[in-house]
Design a protein around this ligand. Structure first.
Ligand code: F6R
Length: 245
């Protein structure tokens, strides 16, 4: 695991965007695994800016998002599909046919997850997988559990995740209770992992991810076993890791 210290959110976002744009420049038809949430928004906006300046071209890139709420259609403003269009895809020259998010509108969880796994596998898995981390150490919607998950599957969200995500909804009751998410094994199949984290409320999770035991009680800890994992985190998120890297 390589840990890159960023001063603050803006610095973390620029550093992450630099790594993603280097990937796209080196391999214009690369596969990117993408994340939603508030952490990567700054990196997405930075990439839009560089695209507009002519520095990076997304016309051949394919993307696969980590997860989607079960029960929300692509058009639902709370869906992750909608989020990706709003925060990233609408600002760059990506072909929307090359962007993929699990189909939350498909009520047949098994079929939806199986189909998504096949799509990601057929694409050869991401060259670079961007991740955020939950305060409880989750990646994607892989919550603390007794075992690491494998392929894409349907999960019941934990109370802490529902509460954390409620800030993006009008009322906590509106937060969907289930989601389709890539499994830990699928995530680990990416050739490079780029984890971004900022803020004090991520400090414990970042510490446990980087220096705790590799255990499903902190799903992100498995990234210690990935051959090419880069963590870009700000001062506050790294505050419990001082002197350890
Ligand atoms: C999002 C995702 C989640 C988030 C995590 C952090 O697609 O899979 O694991 O990355 O919950 O969310 P933020 O960035 O909002 O703190």
């Amino acid at each position: 695991m390589k840990i890159i210290h960023a001063k603050d959110y803006a610095d973390m976002s620029r550093k992450a965007a630099n790594i993603i744009s280097a990937q796209v420049i080196l391999k214009p038809d690369c596969v990117l695994g993408l994340a939603t949430g508030t952490t990567p928004i700054g990196a997405y906006h930075q990439l839009i800016d560089w695209y507009k300046k002519g520095d990076v071209d997304f016309s051949q890139v394919k993307t696969y998002n980590l997860d989607e709420y079960r029960g929300l259609t692509h058009e639902d403003p709370q869906s992750y599909h909608y989020f990706m269009n709003k925060e990233f895809f609408s600002g760059i020259n990506i072909d929307l046919a090359n962007t993929h998010v699990p189909d939350g509108a498909n009520p047949d969880a098994e079929a939806a997850c199986k189909a998504y796994d096949k799509m990601v596998a057929d694409a050869g898995y991401p060259d670079l997988q961007l991740l955020g981390i939950g305060r409880n150490g989750h990646i994607g919607f892989n919550e603390p559990a007794d075992a690491f998950s494998k392929g894409t599957h349907c999960v019941d969200l934990t109370e802490s995740t529902i509460e954390a995500n409620s800030r993006l909804f009008e009322k906590e009751e509106d937060v969907p209770r289930q989601a389709y998410t890539m499994g830990v094994q699928t995530i680990m199949n990416a050739r490079m992992i780029l984890m971004v984290a900022n803020g004090k409320n991520k400090a414990q999770a970042v510490h446990d991810m980087c220096f705790g035991p590799v255990a499903p009680s902190c799903p992100a800890s498995i990234l210690q076993l990935h051959a090419n994992c880069v963590v870009v985190a700000d001062d506050e998120a790294l505050s419990l890791c001082e002197g350890q890297y």
